[in-house]
Every structure is written in C-alpha cells, then in structure tokens.
Ligand binder design. Sequence first.
Ligand SMILES: Cc1cc2nc3c(=O)[nH]c(=O)nc-3n(C[C@H](O)[C@H](O)[C@H](O)COP(=O)(O)OP(=O)(O)OC[C@H]3O[C@@H](n4cnc5c(N)ncnc54)[C@H](O)[C@@H]3O)c2cc1C
Ligand code: FES
Ligand code: FES
Length: 1359
Amino acid sequence: MGSLTKMEELVVGEGWSKEAILYVNGVRRVLPDGLAHLTLLQYLRDIGLTGTKLGCGEGGCGACTVMASCYDQHMKKTMHFAINACLAPLYSVEGMHIITVEGIGNRQRGLHPIQESLAQAHGSQCGFCTPGFIMSMYALLRSNKQPPTEEQIEENLAGNLCRCTGYRPIIDAFRVFAKTDDSLYTNSTSASSSTNQTICPSTGKPCLCGSSSEACGRKQHRPISYSETDGSSYNEKELIFPPELLLRKIMPLSLHGFGGLKWYRPLRLQHVLYLKSCYPEAKLVVGNTEVGIETKFKNAQYQVLICVTHVVELNALNVGEDGIEIGASVRLTQLQQVLQKVVAERDSHEISSCKAILEQLKWFAGKQIRNVASVGGNVCTASPISDLNPLWMASNAKFRLIDCEGNIRTVFAKDFFLGYRKVDIRHDEILLSILLPWTRPFEFVKEFKQAHRREDDIALVNAGMRAYIRAENEDWIIADVSIVYGGVAALSLSSSRTEKYLMGKKWDKKLLEDVLNVLKEDINIPENAPGGMAEFRKSLTLSFFFKFFMWVTHEMNVEGHFKEGLHATQLSAIQPYSRPSSFGSQSYELARHGTAVGLPMIHLSSKLQVTGEAEYTDDTPTSQNTLHAALILSRRAHARILSIDDSRAKSSPGFSGLFLAKDVPGSNKLGPVVHDEELFASEVVTCVGQVIGIVVADTHENAKAAASNVEIKYEDLPAILSIREAVDSGSFHPNTARSLVKGDVEWCFKSSCDKIIEGEVQVGGQEHFYLEPQSSLVWTVDAGNEVHMISSTQAPQKNQEYAANVLDLPLSKVVCKTKRIGGGFGGKETRASFFAAAASVASYHLRTAVKITLDRDVDMMTTGQRHSFLGKYKVGFTNEGKVMGLDLEIYNNGGNSLDLSVSVLERAMFTSENVYDIPHVKIRGQVCFTNFPSNTAFRGFGGPQGMLIAENWIQYIASELQKSPEEIRELNFHNEGMVLHYGQVLENCTIRQVWDELKISCDFQNAREAVSSFNCQNRWRKRGVAMVPTKFGISFTAKHMNQAGALVQVYIDGTVLVTHGGVEMGQGLHTKVAQIAASSFNIPLSSVFISETSTDKVPNASPTAASASSDMYGAAVLDACEQIKARMEPIACRQKHSSFAQLARACHMERIDLSAHGFYITPNIGFDWKLGKGAPFSYYTYGAAFAEVEIDALTGDFYTRTADIVMDLGYSLNPAIDVGQIEGAFIQGLGWVALEELKWGDAHHKWIRPGNLFTCGPGTYKIPSVNDIPLKFKVSLLKGAPNPKAIHSSKAVGEPPFFLASAVLFAIKDAIIAARAEEGLNEWFPLDNPATPERIRMACVDSFTKHFASPNYRPKLSV
Ligand SMILES: Cc1cc2nc3c(=O)[nH]c(=O)nc-3n(C[C@H](O)[C@H](O)[C@H](O)COP(=O)(O)OP(=O)(O)OC[C@H]3O[C@@H](n4cnc5c(N)ncnc54)[C@H](O)[C@@H]3O)c2cc1C
Ligand code: FES
Ligand code: FES
C-alpha cells in the first residue's frame, strides 16, 4: 500500500469530492458516502423502485435494464443508453439521470406508448421480463432522432430474455415504432422493386409475410400518437434531462464502501497514475462487466477501485494517417460508431480490419453490455475467449502502456498475452490506448466466432485471420499472415507453425490441402480441457481457416485478380449470416360466449406489468427488521458429513441466526408423494447443492457471506452420476418400476414384422429458467402461533403443508398467499415449498420476518430440472412402414429424491406412442436414483420425452425404408375409437384434420422441393424440413388431484371478487377465469377482479399444473357463479334492474348470500397401475408443426426459417392468450431441442467437478433469445372443433404445444442428412437433443471433422 498521506494531499489539493448526486426519474438524490459496494440495482430497489427486476445479477437476462443519460461535454450532447443496473456500481452513474420503468408512465399518469403497445399486443405474460424490454426499447427510441428499423429493434433486444412469450408479440408491439413508408431506404430496395417484389414499409426490404403491400399486417400498425393514450402529448410527459446536470461540473470523486472499500473517480490521467502508484493493487474499472462478475461469482475482493470512465486521455478516438487510436476506456458502442464512420469514408483497402472488428462487435454481448464495456477492459482481462483480442493480434494492432512515471511503451498485441488472464503489464502500468493500423491493398482481415447461441453469447471458438498477398509474376504469394484463435487454449493463440508454413507460399487450392495438415497439429486441445468439446473445437479451427481461404479467394476473384473463381456451390461456405426481421401471423375464429368468453382480451395484469407496478414476492414491502436468508449448501455429490463448524459464520457482520437439521421443530422429512427428502441434510449429503442449513442476517449479502463461512468436513462416498451408471448398478428409487402391455410383442416380432430396428435415445434435460427466481417471505403471528407467507409458488397449498410439517403446526395455522409469479413452468410446483419451509424454520425460531430469494446460480444448481431420459427401443414394422410392435425400456433421471419423478415417468410411458396406432406394445419404466438435485415437473411432465423417443424411431423406420418420416407418420396415425396401449378409448380424435390443415398451410410438398433444390446448389449450407404431430392427455394422472375449488363474492356495487385455487404465472389463468365469471353474470370483464391465491380462501388446492387449471378452476368458478345467480334469480324476476350493481344491492337488501363456494371434479377418469388399464385422461389436445431450418455445415450454426403450427383448442376461451401459450411453448421447446444444454460434472465431463452444474447462469446456459425465433412464425387454431369435455367447449393449452418444437430438431436432422449425403453417408445416425452447434457440426461429417473424430462420433451429453 502506498503513501496515504500523499494521497490525501492530492485529494485535498485537487478538489476531490465526496458529494455524489444522481437523478432518478427526475428526482435529485444525494448519494451518501459508504455505498461503493452497492450496484445501481440494489440502490434502486432499496429506495422502493422495484419495477427494475433482479433476474440473474450477471448481465445475462436484461430484467434489470434502465436508461442512463449523461451530458457529453465534448460533443455538447445528451447521451441516452440502456444499461444493466445489476452490474453498474452505484457511483459509476454519479452525475447521470437514471430513468426506470416507473419514470416513463404508470396507471395514474398514463401509460407511455411503449407500455401501452406492449400490453395491447399481449407482449407481457408473467411480466417479470417486461420492464427490462420496455426500458431497452425506450432507450433505443430516445437515443435516436430517426425511428429505428425493425432489424435495429430486434438487434437491440438481444440482451433481454423472455421465457414466456416466444418474443413474437414483443416484436409486434415494438414494431409500431419502426420506420414506415418513407423507409424504402436500403440498397436492396431498388433491386427488389425492379423485380416487382413487395417492399415492407417497416424494413425497406423484400416483404417476408408474402402479402401485398396493402394487405400486409405491418402496414396496419401505426405509431401510437401520444395524444391517443390519454390526451396529453409526448413532450409534456417525457422526463427531461435535468438542467442541473447540463451545467454541473464533473468532479473527481473519492468515496467508500463496505469493508473499507475505496472508490475513486479521477478525471485526469495524471491522477490515475498517481492513485496507481499509491495503490499498486488497485483495480481499474470501466464497465465493471468483468470486475463485477469476478467479485460476485469468483470471490475476488478488491480494496481500491479506480473508475476511469471519465478520464479524457483514456477516451481518445483519433483517426490518423497510420490508423485509429482507441483509448482504453472507449466503450464498445462508441467504437462501433467510429468504425462505421471510418468504413463509410475511407478507401476500401484500408478498412479490412475495421470491418472485421465491426462484424465481430455485432455478436459481442447485448446492447446494454456494449454500452458500458470498454475496449481496454476486454484487452486487460485477457480472457481466452475474448472476441476482440484475436482480431487485435491478427491485425497487427499495438497497445500503448503508460507507467506511474508517465513513461509510455508500445507492445504488439500478439506479444501482449502471456497466459491465462495474464498480460504483459506491470503493476505500475495501465493500458493507455490501442493503435489499429489501416490495411494495405491486398491485405485481408476476417473475423470468426461460433458460440452456443448466436446473440449475446461468449464464443466457443473465435478467430481473427489476416493475409497480405502480393503479385509475383503470374502468382499471388503470401507476404504476411496471421492466424489467431480464441477458445482453444488458456490465451488467444497464434498458430505460429501454420503462419510460418504459409509465408511465401502461393495462394491456390493446393495450399489449402497442405495447410490444413499443418494447422491440425498446431492447435492442440486435450480431451479434458476446460470447456470440453475438444473434437468440435478442433474441427472449427479448420472450418474457420477454410472459410477464410474461400473468402480471400472470392474477394480476389471479385476484384478480377484470380482467373479461377469459386464453384457456385462453394460460395455457401462464406455466405454471411444475416437476419431480416421476423414476421408472425395468427389465425383463429372467435367463438364468443356472453360478455367475455371467447374474446382475445389482454392479460388482466398486463398494464401493471408494463409499468413495473405489478408486485412479485421479492417486491413486497417489508418491515425494517425483516431478515434475509441464504442457504448452506453441500459441495459434494455424495458424502458423509463429518463436522460442521459454524463459528466463523456466527461472527460474520449482520449475522442473526443459523439453523441445521437439529433445529427443525417438526419433521425434517419432506416430499410431495413420499417423504424421502430431508429439509436440512443431517448425516449424509446426496448431491451438490443439497441444503444443509439456513443462515439469516440483516442483508442478503451478509447472509451469503455468513453461509459461505460455515466450514463442513466430508467423507466422500461413491456417487452415481448418470442414468447409465444407475441402470448398471441397479440404483433405482424404490417401488417405481412400471409396465404397460398391449397385445403380444414377442409374437408380433416373430410373426408379423418385415423388419425390426433397435436403438437408444438419450433425451437431454432442461432448466426452467423462469425469470423470477424462487422467493418467499415468511413471518409469524402471535409469537409463532401462526405462520404466514407470500411465496412465488405454483402450489401455495404445498408451501402450507411443508411449513406446517417442519414446524409441527396444524394446517389451519399456516397461510400461504401468491399474487402472481414470474414464471414457473413446473419448477415452482414442489421445489418452491422446500425453500419456503426452510425460511419458516428461521422465522419461527426468531419470531421475525425472513425473506429468501435465491440467486440465479443457486436456483439453477439446487432446484432440479426437466428429467433427462434414456429410452431403449425395439420396433417391428412392415415393408410399407406400418408399425406392428414396440418394445420399450425407459428410464428417467430422478436425482436424489423421488419428488414427482414417478408421475413424470408414467406420463412418458403413456405418450410413448405419440399419435400412432401400434397393435402390440410392451413398455417398462423405472426412476433412477442419482446423486444430482431432485429433478422435477417441467412443462409437458415427461410427455415430450416419451414422444421424442417415439419420433426418433419413426425417423429410423423412414431411413430404413427410404421413405420420408412424414409418410411413416401418416400411415400410422390413430383413428377414432382405437384402444390405446393403456386401455383408454380414443374419442374426438382430430389429428388427421390438424395434420391435413397444416400440410396445406405450409405447402409441404413445395417446401420439400425448394429445400432439395437449395441443397443441390449449396455445398456448405443445408436446409431441412419436418412435420411433427402431437397428442397431449389432459388431467393429472393422479385422480385425486383433479378437483378444484373457488370462492366467488359479489359486492353491492356489482363488482365481483373471484378467488380460486390456481396460481397466475403468466399463462393468463386469472384472465380466462375472470372471463368465465363475467360471461356468467353477463357483466363486463372489468367488473371482475382476482386478487390472489390464498390457502385461507380456497383450501386443499392442487398445484397449478398439468394444463388443466382453466378447465377445472373455470368450472369451479362457474359453479359458484351459477349458485349465486340461482339465489339472485327470484329478485331479478320480481323487478327489472337497470344494472347488475342494482340487482346486487337489491339482493343484499333481501338478505341474499352473495358469496358462494364452487367445486369441480373431472368426471370419468382413473387408472389402475396394477391392471395397467384405465382412462387417465379426460381428453386430448392435438397439434402439428412444420419447421424449416438452415444450417451451416462448417460451424453447426443454424436458424429457423419457418415454423407453422396448427392446434386444436376447441372453442378457445381467449384465443390471444392461447396463441401466446403456443408461441411461448414452442420457443421454450426450441430451446430444449436445439439450444439448452445442461453440463454436469460426470464421467463425460471430467473438467467439471463431480456432481457440479457448470451451466448455472445465463452466461453458460442459453435459452432462446429474440433472434432465435423463426423468421416466419405462423400459428392457426383449428376452426369449428368444439370440445365436449371441457368448459365452454374449450381445450387446455399450456403444455401440449411444447413438443411441437421437435419439428425444428427433425428439420435440423433433415438438413444434416443432406450434408452427410455429400460425403456419401446415407445410413441412419442418432442426433441427441439439444442439437447444439457442436452436435450439428460433428454430425455433418466431412474432411475437416475426420481429422479429429470418427464418422460415428456422438458428442457427450449429461443424461
Ligand atoms: C453478459 C456479458 C456478456 C459478455 N459478452 C462478451 C462477448 O460476447 N465477448 C467478449 O469478448 N466478452 C464478453 N464479455 C466480457 C466483458 O464484457 C468484456 O471483456 C468487456 O469488454 C470488459 O470491459 P469493462 O469495461 O466492463 O471491464 P471492467 O470489468 O471494468 O474491467 C476489466 C478488467 O480490465 C482492467 N482494465 C480496464 N481498463 C484498464 C486499463 N486502462 N488499464 C489496465 N487495466 C484495465 C480492469 O482493471 C479489470 O481487470 C461479456 C460480459 C458479460 C457480463
Ligand atoms: S439481472 Fe441484470 S441482466 Fe439479469
Ligand atoms: S413474460 Fe417474459 S419472462 Fe414471463
């Protein structure tokens, strides 16, 4: 540590200030000293602005997006930009104006047009992501004078995740703000016009929807005029930039934070250097997008932070004779702007590096990160997967470093990186700037990146390549070259042997053949290298070089320097990915019933959600003495607990209490079906992440710190870490063996099959990734005589039961309330109750309120996921393709407790024939015990897994018979009246109707022909198509759960309060139920209100799950309404009333009870597992989907061109909500089949510690983002098909569409088949889900992959 006295002198001498101010939503706030440890998000939520949400805390979800505005003294301009409040240190926004969702509109003042539009377009379901989307869009509009294009809007939303909507309605909502007719502005426009193609008025490009300009749906969108909203104009409402901040002199800051943290914000380089000399260990920070992650997730602790955002010398951007000088603090968006300008203005030969960097920046994080992240921060972090470092190295950039004495030295980028996050920079130095030289004529620089997800994802492998070629006689000779890779070693790596080999060589085809042999030896990724996927990553290094070679060759050819061009089919290797804006269409009929049923009403809470006024559990105002909880978690997969030392935890700051198994007042054993799980592990832990105890403290951070101070000693025991290991060692949950038999499979295989195939299907799991993490607030009443809680749960009754059980209280003394939850998808069906019970133990002992909100990583690693499955099948069929017999063994990965795994297995077994009639069936199943957190319910509940196994063997049969899978499917469809393999007779089967309608809608024959013709013309890009059907049985398979209660109360003003047992989690349940009540009483929807779900209003409710909630609660509410109506009837008959309010008051005067309890049980269902026969389902929901995809065979990249869905939903209760469910389920399913991979420490992933989850945050686990949705997304509901089995002839919708996304998986497979055919590989091959770039690339076997893997190579999957 340097001289403090000197520093103090400097501080005093230079007028360093401790006066920090901030404007939030137009209000001036003085920031006291001592808050340097806080993020902006923590601060905002602490001052009550809870509209801004915490979804992940790592910049990966966008839920915390706010707009920052500051005045640029040099440009004399106010800048507006979106940022992630969760990563922004509070003092980093000092002197700025922060606008949150509360600042732009609310229900009292009126909604902002963006809010209005999103609500009206059904763009908010659970609403947790909504404020973040609103603020990203708001910042985009405010930062541009011109309206954005549709493509800009989509690009701008890449840093915002939504798990509910499928994004289409969000894009539609925001599209109204895009350019319209005057925007025929792009170059492509004129070309298109000349070919008579319709031009979209919003994009200025050829129209995707295919309609005429007049008919185009987009044209009907008009920007909402501000006066239309509530009469006032935009300017009147918009928060202006605070005049004080225009005039205020920016001061250097010297502030503090918790634990002695010092925060400096110098304004001059000289002061930075001085501070550095005083504190050599000080950390410089700009965007904090690295430092923030290090401190939060990697336990890094820094005592001195120097924020260099405002240092003039570090913000230089000088365009000079030799190139561009880029200051180290320059933000990535600023760099983008300057490069765009340079590319537009300078000679084309000079800007090859600039173009490459610009292209790479397109795929660098999301907009919120690019707005704050600096060039220097990226360089100095020296991440091995930095996107820019390989390009600086390849383009011969130089880094200028300055030491504390002011001495400057220059280092070539290629010499700067020394090892894993190690650079050639001394403690007394900082990075000053980067010098990027112009390129010379015939010098070509190109960028490459392949990530798991295209948008907002870090690279798996990236590269920067440069070749300078010179004409010598008739030849072109390589005079200088750089081939640099990221993601292949501990640092960005030059392929030095390859570079050496290339120098002086002639640029021709022969060169390519030879160099690949050198290159493949140059990059060595060991089998168990961190990140895994060695074969894929090595293949990518060759693919990238191949692409580079082809690109340079093509460029030279275009310029007329090469005689021989590329063959047309080879051009597909270098075709850049570009994405036009997406387009959706929805088609349904309205089957109106009464005032509200059947109408596309907007979600009842949507206006609260778009303004940030909707309260979630973590937003509930709490008393001052509320404590915060953190969990003590097992770090071992299977181990005996030898000792627990909590002494350090107990002396941690803010500590209030610590509770272990011995402290549980009631039973420590829990479980939804079997009590096989301990609340707090007592002697043995059976998975990493198992809860051992709970710590409470005054803040969440202090509770976490205390929990991490608990020292536990373990004795390791053998762990089972996969289904295969469990099957091999007979590790099953007790009493879970199940079997279903129809006919005689053995006889069938012997006598009536022409062919028999056998195979295995591995089905990957999936994380729920609800945007709102698990959260509960528990408090006691009357000194622990009662316990109350608010919880984000799909099953308040389960929370009540679990808490009562662990506290030894009667159910009547425990109340759980749930207003809304920010997504559940099954993940909050049983697991939420567990955390609520843990918090209730602490609350009960301390007699105070305790809040538990899980951090995203803890949530992901402890709460279980969709079950992975293993299916082993034997299928017999005829030469025509008629399936005769199926023999299936099926296993799911239950994890360390049973939870709902046996019901999940049963549903998988019921759905194992999907929609196909099979005369002889034998299915056996069992739940595996493994040392992973208990897997749990997830949308589809085993159904998708069962159907995916079925569709795999359908595809295999097709391959065997050289027919299309669609032919095999059609040939085997169920028919009305058939008896299924579990004895249920099929009634009202509409699968053929649905299928035929889809076939016409997607024009399947033509689509297939077009794809074939495309594939003939493109060697390296392939397209594929698929049509897949689905059937989903509606009802809980446990009969007793098919009951529902409701309480309806009519008030004397004619308004109605409905309470029922179901939870609103975004699916629109309350809206549909309110529509039913409104129609029943013949009153407007606005007269019906549903406030919350509460165990003291409706007792013993089943969890909100199994898609059946609107059927059941709708019917229970209707029952209650009918009872009240019957009581009102005599009064109504006696006298005519002008309104319902008048009638209600008249009834009241007559002492009529205006409150009723309604009840419903699903009739005629039941299944006997002993017999293996019965009718588990009330009815089935049918659907079918078509998908067309395009893959890049060289990298495994893919995108969905079209998705077309037809579903039979009977007479929809609310078609807009149902369409939203279909789109959301499809995109979530797309994640499951093609993007989302869980990586666990198991035998296949030795680089991960055993039993640990590697993919435990949005940084490593990629759910679909806005850019992953199909370019053309069409949803139609089958018309004229009422369902006799459910309320108002409707059908359940939540889960059934999920499996339809498998059409994307099979379309990908279809494309891979085309790629393999190029290499003469025509045999059937397995393709596991998710079909990530790794799986796609490695299945597209070619001369590059063959260097590293056999043609049968199957990438590793944790199952
Ligand atoms: C959600 C998310 C997505 C991301 N996506 C990508 C991606 O796609 N590609 C990619 O490459 N990276 C990505 N990153 C990483 C990160 O955003 C970048 O590395 C970013 O450029 C870092 O800049 P910063 O200003 O935020 O760094 P900070 O966190 O402020 O600083 C990072 C490091 O640089 C040091 N430093 C900063 N300036 C100087 C200087 N002048 N002299 C010496 N040391 C200095 C700091 O002391 C610190 O050690 C992502 C990060 C997040 C959180
Ligand atoms: S909470 Fe900030 S990005 Fe997720
Ligand atoms: S509405 Fe987007 S996450 Fe729920």
